[in-house]
Write a protein that binds this ligand. Structure first.
Ligand code: ATP
Length: 472
């Protein structure tokens, strides 16, 4: 398709600026407004992109505001076919096309007006969960287009806007091509379409961009929204350096929630064949990370019971051998319990780990090992239930080592610590049943068995370990 130079001013834009000037000067013998198809009065310019200019317009026939995008004519047959396909693409997360046509030196698309911010603007300061939620919506828009055989080819945070109900809607299908029209299209880097920072390597090479190309751009955008930086950020626009950067692993992973990293990394693979086979599968994987991050209702109850239990604990007389309340170690344990509770309610596995680390040190000093071991075991169960296996293993190891020293110091009720060891053992079995990695399961089970020896749960633990060993 041969587009005119992007900065060429179309006759309709010219007429709009002229009419605006006549109006400003009160020259009412001249046209004061411009209409497209006798119906859409151009009111204001919303913005100009590389392929056209978007206007706010009044639809005098249906009495509503719309957005009108005017572009150079290009290949009218292709434009006609694509206009039709897009008009048929009736999906809540894809901008609606009300009308399209051509006149003189331009063609136009009449679009649903989206008055919300762009997705890039909206994501500023939002939580990862909220960001992923909006991106899932935008992804559903792309998915619907792919089902219809259309690729977007220019997906980026600026090409998604929020509608009146706060839903993400994909726009600017100006570069969208029907897959059939792309077969055999091999270009050169000079023919690179789309927006540089979000383009897949195949587009930088000027090759055919299919569904997996949209997937790559989607993952770059989401990565950027979550980490605050483009995964392949580079100064300048040199194609060669950009191309090399894109072959490297994405940067800034530490700021991406751990569960999302493998999902996005796959979407960012340099070779299209190594990415997710379809947008649908990518979205499913993303949805799973959202679901498993949702901590069970039990967490709230657990949090409450931590606080209540701790308050009750305070009201007890200090057992013999324990440091008096008010001691530094005691209040540090106290702080760790509160931090643990907050971290659990905020679903923050890293903060849970930090609170456990701080709490285990001070619990030992205050000789509260048995009590803290029980909290650590409860935390481990929650962490494991949400798929935070590494943190769960850490919580179990704290449970076990505190259980041991509680037993040695003989300051805690044996039953409570035995409970913790039994939970560790059960958790090892469920990890072995498939959720976690085999090595983590083996490690947890072995530690649980060691703790269980101390508390006469040897038989149960040995049985679990044997079952686990058979599976591995
Ligand atoms: N339906 C719409 N409702 C409201 N604003 C829109 C609509 N369609 C496009 N816009 C806005 O109009 C402006 C120009 O859009 P356009 O798609 O032409 O270019 P772009 O996306 O900014 O850049 P490029 O085309 O180079 O990628 C952008 O700010 C875009 O968000």
């Amino acid at each position: 398709m041969e587009d005119s130079p992007p900065d060429a001013i179309l006759s309709i834009e010219d007429a709009f600026y002229e009419a605006r000037m006549f109006k400003a000067f009160g020259a009412d013998q001249y046209p004061q407004s411009v209409r497209i198809a006798d119906r859409f009065e151009l009111l204001d310019r919303i913005g100009k992109g590389s392929y056209g200019t978007v206007f706010l317009a009044q639809d005098h026939q249906l009495g509503r505001k719309v957005a009108v995008k005017v572009m150079p004519l290009g290949d009218l047959q292709v434009a006609e076919r694509e206009g039709k396909l897009l008009a048929e693409l009736n999906h809540p997360h894809v901008v609606r096309i009300h009308d399209y046509g051509a006149k003189d030196d331009y063609r136009y698309l009449v679009l649903e007006l989206l008055e919300g911010p762009t997705l890039g603007e909206w994501c500023q300061g939002k939580s990862p969960r909220a960001i992923v939620q909006r991106y899932l919506e935008a992804g559903e828009g792309l998915e619907a287009a792919h089902r219809q055989g259309l690729v977007h080819r220019d997906f980026k945070p600026g090409n998604v806007r929020l509608d009146g109900e706060g839903r993400a809607v994909v726009l600017d299908f100006g570069l969208a091509r029907h897959l059939d029209s792309l077969h055999g299209e091999v270009g050169s880097p000079e023919q690179v379409y789309g927006t540089y920072a979000y383009l897949p390597p195949e587009a930088l090479r000027g090759q055919r961009v299919g569904e997996q190309g949209d997937q790559f751009s989607f993952c770059v955008s989401l990565w950027e929204a979550l980490s605050g930086r483009n995964p392949f950020a580079l100064e300048g626009r040199e194609l060669e350096t950009r191309f090399r950067a894109i072959q490297e692993p994405p940067q800034g992973a530490t700021r991406i929630p751990r569960r999302l990293r493998p999902v996005l990394r796959r979407g960012l693979a340099p070779l299209p064949g190594d990415r997710w086979p379809t947008m649908t599968l990518l979205l499913e994987a993303l949805r799973e990370t959202q679901e498993s991050r949702r901590w069970p209702w039990g967490v709230g109850i657990l949090g409450l019971s931590l606080i209540l239990g701790w308050a009750g604990f305070h009201s007890l007389q200090n057992p013999p051998g324990q440091l008096p309340r008010g001691s530094d170690a005691f209040s540090k344990t106290d702080e760790a319990v509160l931090a643990l509770n907050t971290a659990l309610s905020q679903q923050d596995a890293d903060a849970v780990t930090r609170a456990l680390r701080a709490g285990s040190v001070s619990a030992r000093a205050a000789r509260l090992e048995g009590y803290f071991a029980r909290l650590a075991a409860q935390s481990a169960v929650q962490l494991e239930a949400t798929g935070e296996y590494e943190s769960a293993v850490y919580a179990w190891s704290i449970t076990i080592s505190l259980s041991r020293s509680a037993r040695a110091a003989d300051t805690a009720p044996v039953a409570a610590v035995a409970d913790a060891a039994a939970s560790a053992s059960t958790a090892a079995t469920s990890l072995a049943a498939g959720a976690g990695s085999a090595s983590i399961a083996a490690e947890t089970s072995a530690s649980a068995a060691a703790a269980a020896v101390d508390f006469t749960l040897l038989e149960t633990s040995q049985a679990n370990l044997a079952r686990l060993t058979n599976r591995l």
